[in-house]
Design a protein around this ligand. Structure first.
Ligand code: SAM
Length: 265
């Protein structure tokens, strides 16, 4: 019997311990034998083992060397391929070299939730779906709608790439140690490439960041580096609005207008 693992805060370690919740999450993922799947942060294996049982083989990305050593002892490489290191730097594209789309799952470390979502968005064209547990507050922002408090940069940039649905909430008591906040399960399915029509994705990101940088200010103020009065007329968008009122498609229209027009005179 190995020593108990001491949860490391710096790696956002809250381990799932409630068997009913674990079962519910696995049911939500619906793993099918032969699926190509990667789990981010397997930890002590709460989800890893049931996933392997359904799939036959699973990839995992884990940063904590102690946990990696445990996983290696417990599971043969035919069932579990362990990628040691930081998921933020991991090339998820390397797992889809032969074209089969990737399924990504994980009870994500909350301290890196936003950067990991942006990193994963880069691989959206090679992904079938992603199912994650995250802080409920983050999930609410991911699925937030225009005009609400939760709606912001995270909502727009992720909704541009993914259809997303909050599936159910998980209370702190389902984890050891218990986090201070509620968690939620979110499912993300990449939108078809034909729907992702921003000519310049980086520019879209800059415009969205500017629009939400000062939430209380109007577009006329926040987007002054990008749009003049004539542009608002051409776009049919009221410059007196705040960014939080614009839908994802309107941000894409603005970005494409700026690309087509070139730099402001
Ligand atoms: N999946 C396990 C569970 O549900 O019980 C553990 C979840 S725990 C919230 C997060 C896991 O991600 C831990 O195993 C932690 O070591 C790992 N982790 C943290 N930061 C990471 C990173 N940058 N790259 C890969 N794994 C990371």
């Amino acid at each position: 019997m190995s020593e108990p693992h001491l949860a490391r805060k710096r790696f956002g370690q809250n381990f799932l311990s409630d068997p009913n919740i674990i079962r519910k999450i696995i049911e939500a993922i619906r793993p099918v034998e032969g699926d190509r799947m990667v789990e981010i942060g397997p930890g002590l294996g709460a989800m890893t083992e049931p996933l392997m049982d359904c799939l036959g083989h699973l990839h995992v990305v884990e940063i904590d060397r102690d946990l990696i050593a445990r996983l290696k002892t417990a599971h043969p490489p035919e069932r579990l391929t362990i990628h040691e290191g930081d998921a933020l730097k991991f090339d998820f594209g390397s797992l889809v070299a032969d074209g089969a789309p990737l399924r990504v799952v994980g009870n994500l470390p909350y301290n890196i939730s936003t950067p990991i979502l942006f990193h994963l968005a880069e691989f959206a064209d090679r992904v079938k779906d992603m199912t994650f547990m995250l802080q409920k507050e983050v999930v609410m922002r991911m699925v937030g709608e225009p005009g609400t408090e939760e709606y912001g940069r995270l909502s727009v940039m992720l909704q541009y790439r993914f259809n997303m649905r909050r599936m159910f909430d998980v209370p702190p008591g389902a984890f050891r140690p218990a986090p201070k906040v509620m968690s939620s399960i979110v499912r993300m399915v990449p939108r078809p490439a034909a729907e992702c029509t921003a000519a310049d994705y980086a520019l879209l990101g800059k415009i969205v960041t500017a629009a939400f940088g000062q939430r209380r200010k109007t577009l006329r103020n926040t987007l002054r580096d990008y749009l003049g009065e004539d542009d608002y007329t051409a776009l049919g968008i009221d410059p007196g609005l705040r960014g939080e009122k614009l839908g994802v498609d309107e941000f894409v229209r603005i970005a494409n207008h700026v690309t087509a027009r070139g730099p402001l005179a």
